[in-house]
Each structure stands twice: as C-alpha cells, then as structure tokens.
Design a protein around this ligand. Structure first.
Ligand SMILES: NC(=O)c1ccc[n+]([C@@H]2O[C@H](COP(=O)([O-])OP(=O)(O)OC[C@H]3O[C@@H](n4cnc5c(N)ncnc54)[C@H](OP(=O)(O)O)[C@@H]3O)[C@@H](O)[C@H]2O)c1
Length: 254
C-alpha cells in the first residue's frame, strides 16, 4: 500500500520491546500505519527502519506516557502527520519490586500508578477526543490488562491495583464511547515470553509460599489475538479476551 491515506492509523505504546513490539510488527505487516511510542528512542527507530525497508509505514515517536505535555505533543504529531487515529493499543506498563505492601516505597507505588493507569488515561483521553471529532468518526482502543486484572500474584499491590483499575477504565470508555463509534476492549495476558515475564522461567512465588517455574507462551500468539481484536469492524468489539499459557497457575485456585 503506497498511499498512507488508505491505511488505518494505529498508535502502540511500549512498542520498543516485548508485547508492544510484536503487536506493532503484526499491525504493520497487516497494513496499518503504526506510530511507535516508548521512552527509549533507539528500539523505536530500529523498528521504524526495519518496517520502512519492507515498505511499511511506521513512525518512531519517543514519548513518556506519564508526561501529560509529552502525550499532547505525541497526539499533535499524529494529527499533523496522519490527520486521524483508528486504533490505540495502551500497552506500556511496568512493575514494582515484589515486597510486602509495608515495604513498597511511595515512589515505586507512584511510578506504577503513573505508568499503568495515568499513562493509559492520558493516551485514552487524547485518542477519545481525536476519534470523536475525526471524519469518518470513531475508532478502537485496546487496553493491555493482565491476569492480574483478575487475581493477584503474591507481593503485587501496585501492579494488581492498577490492572484492576484498567478494567474499570475499559468498561467506562466502552460505555461512553458508544455514542461516538468508539469501541474499547481489553486483552488480559498471562505469561507471554518477554523481558517482563523472564522471571517466570526462573521461578516465582506462589500463593502457598513455594517458588515455582511457570510455563510461558510465544508472544506471537498475543500479537495474533490483538490483530483479531484490532481488525474487527467498529460494529463489533471483543470486550475482554484472556490469553494465557495454558498450564500457568490461574484457574483451579492455583
Ligand atoms: N508479558 C506478560 O506475560 C504480560 C502479562 C500480563 C500483562 N502484560 C502487560 O503487557 C504490557 C507490556 O509488557 P511486556 O511483557 O511486553 O514488557 P516490556 O518488554 O517490559 O514492555 C514494557 C514497555 O513499556 C514501555 N514503557 C514503560 N514505561 C513507559 C512510559 N512511562 N512511557 C512510555 N513507555 C513506557 C517500555 O519501553 P521504555 O522503557 O523504552 O519506555 C517497554 O517497551 C504491560 O502493560 C504489562 O503489564 C504482560
């Protein structure tokens, strides 16, 4: 596709690594123009270069999603360059040290809330405004939740609280978006093999106090699931999808 006007425009946050990178590559290969956001410029620029070499439309746009002014500047870039946004994948996220809540520093708590919740709010807020005013109107927002949006791991107060909060945001945006043709859904992932999930392969604390190695799944499977959600016409929405390593502890009380 040579004409960028023909392409659907997507923004992926946390696009430089892991799930964000795999999903951005999948969207690019499927014909989306993809704006690649994250704090580190180098991996985003590398991804843009690889995509352009394949004839795909990618734009590295370094941005810290916790910074309201930086998010506003990112959306100004999107408006100027593409004039619209069809898909936002709120993927950027982080964790905090695995400690009892009394040992969790206020700075670590705030860093997780700023990234996993306020960052999603800032990008959603800007996308919602753009999608509701653009012609043709509407678009899709997909939030990256987690198995932790349903059940905590030991020592995960900040991460679990923010991922539960994302479920509330997904439902609210899904409801308020109806009148503007904005669909909002959530993908809840369990143990995709990325840097963030590396510790699962080494062994992580379980509810009974044991340390156990957990199974991981290929991150490509997450990208396939995300693409299915992203490619639906706006009349249909995957409200929630849980995709997880089949044998990881979640169902069956363990
Ligand atoms: N892997 C799993 O099994 C799993 C399971 C459930 C949920 N998730 C969720 O999936 C998402 C991606 O995780 P991942 O496993 O792919 O880990 P990852 O490779 O560590 O990806 C996190 C990405 O977020 C970006 N990021 C962090 N803080 C940011 C900020 N303030 N502004 C902009 N970008 C920021 C990072 O890039 P920079 O450092 O360059 O900013 C990085 O590219 C997270 O929301 C995570 O909670 C993952």
């Amino acid at each position: 596709m040579s004409d960028t006007q023909q392409r659907k425009i997507a923004l992926v946050t946390g696009a430089g690594s892991g799930i964000g990178r795999a999903c951005a590559q999948k969207l690019l290969a499927s014909g989306f123009a993809v704006v690649l956001a994250g704090r580190r410029a180098a991996p985003l620029e590398a991804l843009e270069g690889e995509a352009r070499a394949r004839g795909e439309e990618a734009l590295a746009a370094p941005c810290d999603v916790t910074d309201a002014a930086a998010v506003e500047a990112l959306f100004e870039t999107i408006r100027t360059r593409y004039g619209r946004l069809d898909l936002l994948f709120n993927n950027a996220g982080r964790n905090a040290p695995a400690v009892d809540i009394d040992e969790l520093s206020v700075d670590d708590w705030r860093a997780v809330v700023d990234t996993n919740l306020t960052g999603v709010f800032l990008c959603t807020r800007a996308s919602f405004g753009l999608m509701k005013r653009q012609t043709p109107r509407g678009g899709r927002i997909i939030n990256n939740g987690s198995i932790s949006a349903h059940a905590p791991r030991p020592f995960s107060a900040a991460y679990t609280a923010t991922k539960h909060a994302i479920t509330g945001l997904t439902k609210t945006v899904s409801l308020d978006g109806r009148r503007y043709d904005i669909a909002c859904g959530q993908i809840d992932i369990g143990n995709a093999a990325t840097e963030m999930a590396e510790r699962m392969a080494r062994g992580v604390p379980q509810a009974n106090g044991e340390i156990a190695v957990e199974p991981l799944m290929d991150v490509e499977l997450v990208a396939d699931a995300l693409l299915h959600m992203a490619q639906l016409p706006l009349e249909a929405n995957v409200q929630f999808m849980t995709i997880m390593a089949t044998k990881m502890p979640f169902v069956g009380r363990g």
